[in-house]
Ligand binder design. Structure first.
Ligand SMILES: C[S@@+](CC[C@H](N)C(=O)[O-])C[C@H]1O[C@@H](n2cnc3c(N)ncnc32)[C@H](O)[C@@H]1O
Length: 196
């Protein structure tokens, strides 16, 4: 499957996503009927897998950014993990509206602030999750690096396994070190750690 540039994932009815945690807890996320991306697609579940992994580290994950937030599923997951300061960024206004309704049905309160252009702000994050297909992530690794604190994480998803080595080696040019990768063919996600 090639990269998708249209981020629609039809949910024909309200759905409940169960995320199984290592401590036998289950995190439930409700998503309302809609077409914003982010529910059971492999790129989303691979990003969730990576978040679960860093959640088990001792790193401070507060100040997290869901870059390309779509349905809001990642931001809701972060909030349900207990991360207080979660921010979103999304270019599609329809997705922003749908995600706000999803925040509400999941009792996410206060809802995350939407940041128009995180690369143009002074704010830095301890974790940024970007599930965006196409060349956007690779073309902006320097910009991502600038908005992440040292020892913070960039989780990227939405690209094919055959690009994994190339993404990792490019990221090392921009102050990232490879932490761990996850694959579900044809998709891959990676945890990158920002080093000083
Ligand atoms: C593949 S979806 C991911 C949605 C959700 N975060 C998930 O993991 O399931 C990518 C989302 O990023 C948005 N997007 C694409 N390019 C973007 C950009 N440059 N800045 C912000 N959002 C962007 C799309 O509109 C879409 O909602």
């Amino acid at each position: 499957m090639e990269n998708n540039e249209i981020y629609i994932e039809e949910r024909l009815r309200n759905e409940n996503l169960k995320i199984y945690m290592e401590n036998d807890n289950i995190i439930n996320i409700k998503l309302l009927q809609g077409s914003s991306f982010g529910f059971k697609h492999d790129t989303t579940t691979l990003a969730i897998k990576a978040i679960k992994k860093i959640n088990n580290t001792k790193h401070n994950l507060d100040f997290a950014l869901d870059f390309g937030s779509g349905s809001g599923v990642i931001a809701i997951f972060l909030k349900k993990l207990g991360i207080d300061k979660v921010f979103c960024c999304e270019t599609d206004k329809f997705a922003v509206n749908e995600s706000k309704k999803n925040f509400s049905v999941n009792n996410v309160n206060p809802i995350p602030d939407f940041i128009d252009n995180p690369f143009a702000q002074d704010q830095k994050y301890n974790v940024v999750i970007a599930n965006i297909s196409g060349p956007y992530i690779k073309n902006n690794l320097l910009e991502f690096s600038k908005i992440i604190n040292n020892n913070g994480f960039l989780i990227i998803s939405g690209f094919n396994c055959n690009k994994l080595d190339n993404y990792i080696s490019t990221a090392t040019n921009f102050s990232f070190k490879h932490h761990e990768s996850f694959k579900k063919s044809p998709w891959a996600s990676v945890i990158l750690e920002k080093i000083s």
